[in-house]
Design a protein around this ligand. Sequence first.
Ligand SMILES: [Zn+2]
Length: 718
Amino acid sequence: MKKQFFYTLFCLTLMATNLQAQTPDNGKPHQCKPVQKEYTEEDYKNNPLIQEWKTPYQTPPFDLIKVEHYLPAFYHALEVADKEIYMISDQKSTPTFENTIVALDRSGALLTRISNVFFNMLSANTSPELQKIAQEISPVLTKHSNEIYHNKALFSRVLEIYKLKDKLTKQEDKMLLEKTYRAFINSGAQLSDEDKESYNVLSMELSRLSLVFSENVLSATNEFEMILTTPEEVKGIPANELEIAHAKAKAKGLDGYLFDLSAPSYGAIMKYSDDRRLREKIYRVYNSKAFSGQYDNNSLIIEILNMRSKIAHLLGFNTYAEYALQDRMAENPENVIILLDQLLEASYPVAKKEIEAIELFARENGLEGNLERWDFSYYSEKYKNKKYNISDEMVKPYFKLENVIDGVFILTKKLYGITYKENKNIPVYHPDVKAYEVYRNKELLAILYLDFHPRSSKRGGAWMTSFREQSIDAKGNNIRPIVSLVMNFTPSTSENPSLLTYDEVTTFLHEFGHGLHGMLSNVTYESLAGTSVPRDFVELPSQIMENFASNPEFLKMFAYHYKTKDLIPQDLIKKLKEVDNYLAGYSFCRQLTFGYLDMMWHTIAPESITGVLEFERKAIEKTELLPIVEETCMSTSFSHIFAGGYAAGYYGYKWAEVLDADAFAYFSENGVYSKKIADSFVENILSKGGTLKAMDMYINFRGRAPQVDALLKRSGLK
Ligand SMILES: [Zn+2]
């Protein structure tokens, strides 16, 4: 069945099927359609991706998996999955929920297992070889998925059961049936043969183009690096940032300080470098990634939009946004725009004032000319420092990575009774990765991998993903999930441990929230497990965790100075709380910019677009706060929507923020660590996956529908 991988800053949508051994009623062996490549038994025999995993908790045997194992494993698993589907579609028995809908959910397990390993490695530990395999296998997987959804015998069975849907008594069964039926409809099961063929061509090409898009972004990011050598060139940049840059240079056999486009490196220049021309240079490079040259994404964007628009039309929708939104909480593009407009109206005037204050401050401190985009972080960091007497550098010593991990572990123990035990016998895919056994009520809840630091084989951003989803198997065993959190945080150096910024601590809490959603899942069917919820609901469990970042009781659990071992001072905690809303208007507008841009791309007829940059400028005109910088473009590296699963879904962050603020207000009203509320959050949301409609889950938890007030109040906008 259709599986989706929810990443926070990067998301892959991938279709795969499950496998379950069943015999067709006629008992005859099934003649599979030939796959693209032929492999021998020998290729399969010693392939660790295919063999039973004899590792602790059946975790992926990363120590055994080699690049050459993927393709034969994929082709073998596709063949097995095909057989499984045939056994469901061509069985003689009358269609029942069990023999068709449940069987589909359980089919293709081997293919899912292999896909999970492969696509997670493609994001977190990639190589040119893996990218090449992805180019080959992605269209094949899409084709395979289309064949399932376009299988007439199978669809007629699904349809027959769907007609009797009111006979189902269990809520989870109803949801699985609804989801399965919609997956068929949304993949063109009802189309004519000719239109089905068009759908095939479009969806396969789309999966290929999305891959090229993200590879271009990664290549454009890795392409740039810069060595600074003289003290003049690095003026303003704090010693520990220089130390990291020096370590990077040294690793390449170079002198001086190496800066690149990874988030911590870019951030250090933009926030601290006194050299305005240097900031401008880096700003321009960073914000024109994949905009021109070898890795130009301009024409890819138009092609991707064209494919999406055609798919939407084929399926009877006016725009891709309408198609994408049908199963979401927001329901339609109009509702999205209503929310975005409402939030823009509340935040834009505030953002304007914030910019004015920064500009005034910048002039008092020597700025000449306009406050440009490459000046904003620099002066706003200094202004924050002056206004609140706080800076990242003051806070970082209290956020030693190991301590932050402890803090989050203690927090989740307090809230949800979860405990963690590192297990060094679980194989990992990179020496940086740590693996944990996670327990609740003395029972194994999940396996958790944590992967913190940037490397050139890792995509930018931070995300949560799974190597195995939770489910209850045919024998009644509760299969516990394998969850992974991947970040790009400040690394350690030979002299300093990894010291996180406040933003990084917040990001870790965010991803950990997704992790809890995956780990606490307690459903029957894999297709409904954990984060298998609408895109505009999936950020509720993650964003609600961010509320703890400035919570004094949380900080007191772990925030000890890495040298003096002193607890973070009370007044610093107070300041963190105060600065939580620093530039709230600006941050709102920035997120709204992405939200509008995404919705505009997916509601426009692509043939009317004359140029990517031109369209982008117009789409976000009303959210702009600083002078436009020529030849910079966000769309060409907007992987969320052109290579991830957030197409017509970026607004979901803001949508879910309404939910998380409203939900956290409920926690606060009852005492932030209220056992009753935490239990209810697990019971009604974190354990439920997609077994109920998102709004119903929310109302079951909160006692009423969400209201936008809590968000505006929390952000100081009301
Ligand atoms: Zn997220």
